[in-house]
Design a protein around this ligand. Structure first.
Ligand code: ADP
Length: 485
């Protein structure tokens, strides 16, 4: 199959979040399964990679005139990357804005240009894709533009649109929409009266042949008002064309048998060095060195999405109650909202068994994933999540809220003692978190002979991209055949 990916970001060239990991890893994994992949990305001003200029040049209609576009290129086995060159991108220091918390006010134009340019590029190359895979709101107009194309070039091309984060929708005022030189369709819009705005994500969802998101549970959750960000009715209407495919991880970077950031390695056959790493953590993070005290880690952006409000709220918070009533150790590694940072820091100064580290450290993240006994992830929502995969891979049992990708990758030990790999809880409250941790402790108290086989089971979980890429292949085939997914 010929697959064209269109995305605003991809590792190793540009990254603001999980979208970049998915596009980068999925493209390579599909190539290694024998697919032909062409990826179209913007050439941002901050990119320093060795790219080769091409002599491809064309214009794109925008702002009532013709904008000149050129390309740089990079070829890897099975994957061709084309980078759209236009001052919109080459003169920008950031992806969506000058800083990570701001956005350019012409983003609707920047990414419309990328979508239009992608289609022209394919025609110039004579590269007829079986599938165009558009990612998130920046590529939202693309499925519509393919349907609207009057040449016969895309007559056998189907489109897949992926949601990585439903919360970002790319809304455009009616006035700004005129600048895109796109023939307007009523399905672009949300709201009514003076509130009526075009919505790039919604457009993608309306016109794509099929839709995917990053976990099966999240695919169901986004059809409800609680998680649907206003698009739940549309997603319900399209539920037969909507599928959830869980992400994979980089199993080379996160490999207990060969982790360049760790002093000791271990494997499913021999966990003895995991205990050494725990000792190292207890020493480095100023905790009592004692193999018998269960060690809980949290590595996260310190934001409300991740459940920290519930963990820390109340006169005696759930965390405080745990630290006082249970013989446990807790380590927090994260940065984020000032209020959450402050609450953790204050608790950290009062409890000897709590280590609070307000910093971003990849080495510390690897060490904590590898040497801890449990990993706590009480997220309110989690489209897919990554940390639970890392935890499973290092035999660090995850305790997580039953939502999104967490629900799909962890099996609860009490519900399924034979296959369990961690603890899942439902109630989004301090009490819910507390009870989940206590259930984990009940397992811990059963002793090494019970915990070790569970750790090994967790380590056997397949979080490779190959598995996910196979699911995408199946989605592409069904999309091509015009059958529901
Ligand atoms: P999200 O993308 O919502 O932040 P994920 O679980 O999908 O959550 O991914 C978070 C990633 O960022 C993980 O790889 C995690 O290890 C990493 N991370 C978050 N905070 C830190 C930190 N303070 N230090 C090191 N790594 C961190």
């Amino acid at each position: 199959m010929k697959i064209c990916m269109v995305s605003s970001e991809s590792v190793p060239f540009s990254k603001s979040g999980g979208l970049a990991d998915v596009v980068g890893a999925l493209s390579k994994a599909l190539a290694s399964l024998g697919e032909e992949v062409l990826v179209v990305l913007p050439h941002y001003g901050f990119m320093t990679d060795e790219l080769v200029a091409t002599d491809i040049e064309h214009t794109v209609s925008l702002l009532g005139s013709e904008e000149r576009v050129t390309y740089a290129k990079l070829s890897e086995p099975g994957v061709e990357y084309y980078f759209v060159r236009h001052p919109f991108f080459t003169e920008s220091k950031g992806i969506y804005g000058p800083t990570s918390s701001s956005s350019y006010d012409n983003n609707h134009l920047r990414y419309t240009l990328q979508s239009k340019a992608s289609l022209k590029l394919l025609k110039i190359l004579g590269w007829k894709p079986d599938i165009i895979h558009a990612h998130d709101w920046p590529a939202g107009f693309l499925p519509y533009l393919v349907k609207q194309d009057s040449s016969r070039f895309f007559k056998n091309t189907k489109t897949v649109f992926s949601i990585h984060n439903l919360a970002y929708q790319g809304e455009v005022s009616r006035l700004d929409l005129i600048e895109t030189d796109i023939e307007v369709d009523p399905l672009f819009f949300v709201g009514s009266g003076s509130e009526k705005r075009a919505n790039m994500l919604k457009t993608g969802l309306e016109f794509a042949d099929t839709i995917s998101t990053v976990s099966p549970t999240y695919a169901k959750e986004i059809q409800t008002p609680e998680y649907g960000c206003g698009l739940e009715e549309l997603l319900q209407r399209r539920k037969d064309d909507l599928v959830g495919i869980i992400n994979g991880i980089d199993i080379e970077e996160w490999n207990p048998e060969n982790d360049r950031l760790l002093d000791y390695s271990f494997s499913i056959d021999d966990l003895s060095n995991k205990a050494r790493l725990k000792r190292q953590i207890q020493e480095e993070f100023n905790l009592e060195v004692n193999a018998d005290i269960p060690l809980f880690a949290m590595i996260s952006r310190l934001v409300s999405q991740k459940g920290f409000v519930e963990l820390l709220e109340g006169e005696v918070s759930a965390l405080e109650e745990l630290l006082t009533t249970e013989k446990i150790q807790v380590i927090v590694l994260g940065t984020g909202d000032w209020e959450i940072e402050k609450q953790f820091t204050e608790l950290g100064s009062r409890f000897k068994n709590l280590s609070v580290n307000i910093l971003f450290s990849n080495r510390a993240a690897h060490l904590l994933e590898a040497g801890s006994d449990f990993f706590l992830m009480p997220s309110r929502y989690e489209p897919c999540g990554l940390n639970q995969f890392y935890s499973l891979r290092y035999g660090t049992l995850p305790i997580a809220r039953r939502t999104g990708g967490l629900a799909d990758s962890i099996t609860d030990l009490d519900e399924n003692p034979q296959r369990g790999t961690g603890i899942l809880f439902d109630s989004m409250s301090g009490r819910g978190i507390l009870e989940a941790v206590r259930r984990a402790l009940a397992w811990w108290k059963k002793g090494r002979s019970v915990i070790e086989p569970i750790q090994k089971r967790a380590m056997a979980y397949d979080s490779s991209w190959t598995r996910s890429a196979r699911s995408y292949q199946e989605l592409y085939r069904k999309t091509q055949g015009g059958v529901t997914v």
